[in-house]
Design a protein around this ligand. Structure first.
Ligand code: HH2
Length: 269
């Protein structure tokens, strides 16, 4: 059988305030159990995060973020691939030491540029995401002349920065940053024109899981957005995205398996 032409990244938020699962996995044994459940459901890698990026979330010190994540990474990495969702060098370093092999930085090395050197030095994969400004203020009246052109220009600039810091280009994934400084219309336009991001030539990661624009469209609460999550991930796969960051691994994997068999029967990414 052809290999799956996509990767599912399961979300493990070790935070009190994440928008959909805040507080549910703050205890390390609960985070570990959730990670193992997502691996059993078919996650290809787990994204462990210790700071919420939702608009207006309280900032967390590096020490607190390490206290939340490093032990969880150490407990999960023997069982599967683990990514660390952070913008901080110290947090990423602790996670890589604990067994993570992927750095997911929603600031694309803008908040702590030295994080790029760490990723280069360790030779691990990373994701560079587009975000307008910073989480605290990113949803204050976002405006773009053309959201797709702005996101492409930003990701191109961050990709150049990352490679200039010594990260091998084939280690870099790009993410349009759905929900990060975007209106509902911006998110939908990015998904509609995702092929233009794919054309940048690096694997594209998308994170639509349970996000606010799905609630705005369907009227559903955060725990009832799996259908919207599936719709957006299937459309993203059809447009060429390869990595899907989700809370609900099992249903999304099933949907992507069927979608991939339909649109990419030769199994190519
Ligand atoms: N979205 C969130 C966090 N990290 N990383 C990438 N690469 N892409 C995303 O779209 C993305 C991300 C926000 O979702 P979540 O982790 O569920 O919530 P919170 O930031 O409130 O913890």
């Amino acid at each position: 059988m052809a290999p799956h032409p996509f990767l599912v990244m399961g979300i493990v938020n070790v935070t009190p305030d994440s928008f959909s699962d805040g507080g549910r996995f703050l205890r390390h044994e609960d985070a570990r159990a959730q990670g193992l459940r997502l691996l059993a459901d078919g996650a290809d890698l787990l994204d462990v995060g210790g700071e919420s990026t939702r608009p207006g979330a309280a900032p967390v010190t590096a020490a607190e973020e390490i206290a939340r994540t490093a032990d969880v990474v150490a407990q999960l990495s023997p069982h599967g691939r683990v990514s660390i969702d952070t913008t901080k060098v110290a947090v990423a370093e602790a996670a890589l030491d604990a067994g993570a092999d992927y750095v997911n930085d929603v600031s694309a090395f803008r908040f702590e540029p030295d994080l790029a050197a760490l990723v280069a030095d360790r030779g691990v994969d990373c994701c560079l995401m587009h975000m307008r400004g910073e989480p605290r203020t990113m949803q204050d009246a976002p405006h773009y002349d053309d959201v797709v052109s702005d996101v492409k220009a930003h990701l191109t600039e961050r990709l150049e920065f990352a490679t200039a810091q010594g990260i091998s280009e084939d280690r870099i994934h790009l993410d349009p940053g759905i929900g990060f400084g975007k209106t509902v219309a911006h998110n939908l336009e990015l998904l509609r024109r995702l092929d233009e991001i794919v054309a940048l030539g690096r694997p594209v990661l998308v994170g639509t899981s349970r996000k606010g624009f799905l609630g705005a469209l369907t009227g559903r609460d955060v725990d009832e957005r799996v259908a919207g999550t599936i719709a957006t991930n299937v459309l993203a796969l059809a447009a060429g995205a390869e990595i899907f960051r989700v809370h609900d691994v099992r249903p999304v994997r099933d949907a992507l398996t069927v979608a991939a068999a339909t649109v990419r029967p030769d199994g190519r990414r």
